[in-house]
Design a protein around this ligand. Structure first.
Ligand SMILES: [Zn+2]
Length: 113
């Protein structure tokens, strides 16, 4: 399960930060996930609750922010914000589109005690 390994990585990051700061507990973890990253929010929440048991993040709250998908045409500047219509090529001029946001998978901040 994809989300479980992500949850484990998030906890590892939190554990390292807590250790570096001589903290005994992680209070909160905020992550950003792109709409286009393939990560399912509910599955990640569920996985996090399993993965955190017995770790320094056992009582930590996980906040997930979904980052909207956005792509732009490098040639004509056409902006597409609907992921469902995305097909790598500009609907306006058929040049390749670049994804600006929506692929994120990062820990924004970690609160420790
Ligand atoms: Zn274009």
């Amino acid at each position: 399960m994809h989300e479980l390994s992500i949850a484990q990585s998030i906890i590892e990051i939190a554990e390292n930060i807590a250790r570096e700061n001589d903290s005994k507990a992680v209070k909160k973890i905020k992550v950003q996930i792109g709409e286009f990253s393939g990560v399912v929010k509910e599955a990640l929440e569920f996985s996090f609750d399993i993965a955190k048991v017995g770790t320094i993040a056992e009582n930590a709250e996980l906040e997930i922010e979904i980052v909207k998908f956005k792509s732009i045409c490098n040639f004509c500047g056409f902006v597409l914000e609907t992921m469902n219509d995305f097909n790598l090529f500009c609907p306006n001029c058929s040049e390749p589109m670049s994804i600006i946001s929506g692929r994120e998978m990062r820990v924004e901040y970690i609160e420790i005690e």
